[in-house]
Design a protein. Structure first.
Length: 115
């Protein structure tokens, strides 16, 4: 099983980034996919989730209206479009897959928002 994130980097406040996660080794379409982030000195928190059935989404209040999660079940990928980035969005972002009691994590990608 692999979850490989990409797309992180340094961006100025107000800018945009798109994170991608490529999944392999499991039946991607049957898993709920999420993005978590861990800011320095803080716990890892869920940012957004997209469900396997129907593709419904939900977001943390802090990113609602700025971030968009999407998935492509044909390509086994999940993406996070991040707009209007703020300094407080600086974190390591992790891709997460879950189905019932089974879950997987990616290795994380750093996003730094700074001028």
């Amino acid at each position: 099983v692999q979850l490989v994130e990409s797309g992180g980097g340094l961006v100025q406040p107000g800018g945009s980034l798109t994170l991608s996660c490529a999944a392999s080794g499991f039946t991607f379409s049957t898993f709920d996919m999420s993005w978590f982030r861990q800011r320095p000195g803080q716990e890892r928190d869920m940012v957004a989730i997209i469900h396997s059935a129907g593709g419904s989404t939900a977001y943390a209040a802090s990113v609602q209206g700025r971030f968009t999660i999407s998935r492509d079940n044909a390509k086994n990928t999940v993406s996070l479009q991040m707009n209007s980035l703020k300094a407080e969005d600086t974190a390591v972002y992790y891709c997460h897959a879950r189905r019932l009691g089974t879950f997987y994590w990616g290795q994380g990608t750093q996003v730094t928002v700074s001028s």
